[in-house]
Design a protein around this ligand. Structure first.
Ligand SMILES: Nc1ncnc2c1ncn2[C@@H]1O[C@H](COP(=O)(O)OP(=O)(O)OP(=O)(O)O)[C@@H](O)[C@H]1O
Length: 294
């Protein structure tokens, strides 16, 4: 069964767009990345999926159940970490987490202590005494407490130091091994690249790409860097599949998608003094999508 299925999901805020015609699905057991710059529509998509706001048109379902019709039931199976967390400041961490756990009708105290240990969170502290990073940890523990089947994380790492980010990623991978599906929204590409199997890229409210991280990185694009004996011109490498052409200090670089033999032929016709062929990082691929769409 699919964990998430969005079908032409659209949300307008009055006349201004939130998201338009967003369709994708996430299989059970996947770690799925959802990336795009600020304002692209990630939070709107997530909030609509969770039934926190209503779609203008289209539909979203979770484990086969429509998010509007079965919102309450669906939420039992979801652990959600919002991008910004607000709490009752005068509560202690432990009280807040117990209060959250009470909604799930489960005894989560053992899991609460385990998670707090891993994330080095002091359960006896008052919320208003916590730093931003520690408040984020409360959100993480709160989201994972009831061992949800689906974990939805909206920009989860902001405020966490690198050590805690790593712990958190390990924790997510462990939850995934135990069967949890994860939707991870971020504008930081390197973390999506590290953790996710597939990624959806959203821009100005519309989905512009849906790919496997591995095929994005390995099969689709190669980054060529070329040093030429003569001054390089754009024409030298102008062929279908070449994008992101740049020249810096006599070294030309570009992304290439297509038959590498054709590129090798083209390179053979130019006098080279050096050549590098590399895997582009996701950032470069991502920029390419954005430039192309513009
Ligand atoms: N409550 C709201 N009322 C009106 N417009 C909104 C509201 N919430 C979001 N928007 C608009 O919808 C669009 C998508 O915003 P959204 O917060 O979903 O993007 P995002 O990708 O999550 O970005 P960020 O990381 O900055 O939160 C933006 O243009 C935003 O201004």
């Amino acid at each position: 069964m699919r964990a998430i299925e969005l079908n032409r999901l659209t949300k307008m805020y009055g006349k201004s767009r939130g998201i338009i015609d967003v369709s994708f699905s996430v299989e059970e057991g996947e770690i799925f990345g959802f990336i795009g710059p600020n304002g692209a529509g990630k939070s709107t998509t997530i909030r609509t999926m969770l039934g926190l706001i209503y779609p203008t048109s289209g539909s979203a379902s979770i484990f086969g159940k429509d998010c509007v019709a079965h919102g309450t039931e669906i939420k039992r199976h979801i652990g959600y970490l919002p991008s910004e967390v607000f709490y009752y400041d005068n509560m202690r961490v432990k009280e807040l987490l117990k209060y959250s756990a009470s909604f799930y009708g489960k005894d989560c105290s053992k899991r609460m202590r385990e998670l707090a240990d891993v994330m080095e969170l002091d359960l006896n502290k008052r919320i208003d005494d916590l730093s931003l990073g520690n408040k984020k940890k409360v959100g993480i523990v709160q989201g994972l407490l009831h061992e949800p089947k689906l974990i939805i994380l909206d920009e989860p790492t902001s405020g966490l130091d690198p050590l805690m980010q790593q712990r958190f990623f390990d924790l997510l991978q462990e939850e995934n091994r135990k069967g949890a599906t994860i939707l991870f929204s971020s504008h930081i590409l390197s973390e999506v690249q590290r953790l996710c199997d597939r990624v959806a890229i959203i821009k100005e409210g519309r989905l512009i790409a849906l790919e496997k991280i591995s095929s994005l990185k390995e099969n689709t694009y190669k980054k060529f860097k070329v040093e030429t004996k003569e001054k390089a011109s754009r024409d030298m490498f102008a062929m279908e599949g070449v994008t992101e052409w740049k020249e810096e200090d006599g070294v030309v670089s570009f992304l290439f998608k297509g038959n590498v033999n054709e590129m090798v032929h083209r390179l053979a016709s130019v006098e080279l003094s050096n050549l590098w062929v590399e895997e582009p990082d996701l950032e470069e691929i991502f920029m390419h999508f954005y430039v192309k769409e513009d």
